[in-house]
Design a protein around this ligand. Structure first.
Ligand code: SF4
Ligand code: SF4
Length: 167
């Protein structure tokens, strides 16, 4: 008999209670987004994939000085220098192992030429491990990027005052 009351309680009390909760949420703004059709804008300070910047005349900013590699705590940057016909130094090889990278942004902070920066993109997952070795060609921007001026000023101020925390 107790079992019968239990079943009746579930059907006429608990189930309606659950349906009321469901019904209430039908009219609330959803907290989820329809990813990947819609993408959540990331914070301006978010550190995603790496890019190598160019000067306004199209030449590469990176002079292969190695400071980014020296600052990298994960030891995931590899580069080989070469000299151009004008005697300018540039990177012949520039690679980042994104599997080891912890996206700390120290490379960006260490770069005296503001050549490397971490963008907002985060969609580069893959099942192929080799695809995580990013080469210079993959990172080099086709045109000088219109960098967020506030981010550039922010980087300068951090450099001048030696601010190290990224909170
Ligand atoms: S973000 Fe950090 S870990 Fe990744 S390459 Fe730059 S310095 Fe290295
Ligand atoms: S990205 Fe910047 S710090 Fe790294 S080698 Fe090039 S110029 Fe030097």
């Amino acid at each position: 008999m107790n079992e019968v009351f239990k079943v009746l309680g579930n059907v006429f009390i608990n189930m309606p209670k659950g349906l009321i909760v469901t019904f209430k949420h039908l009219f609330k703004k959803p907290v989820t987004i329809d990813y990947p059709r819609k993408k959540k804008p990331m914070s301006p300070r978010y550190r995603g994939r790496h890019y190598l910047e160019r000067y306004d005349d199209g030449t590469e900013r990176c002079v292969c000085c190695g400071l980014c590699a020296a600052a990298c705590p994960s030891d995931c940057i590899y580069m080989e220098p070469e000299e151009t016909e004008n005697g300018e130094r540039m990177a012949k090889v520039y690679e980042i192992n994104l599997i080891r990278c912890i996206f700390c942004g120290f490379c960006e902070e260490a770069c005296p030429e503001e050549a490397i920066f971490l963008g907002q993109e985060y969609e580069f997952s893959s099942g192929d491990l080799d695809s995580f070795i990013w080469t210079k060609d993959q990172m080099l921007v086709p045109h000088p990027r219109k960098d967020n001026p506030f981010k550039r000023i922010y980087r300068r101020v951090r450099k001048v005052y030696g601010v190290t925390d990224r909170t």
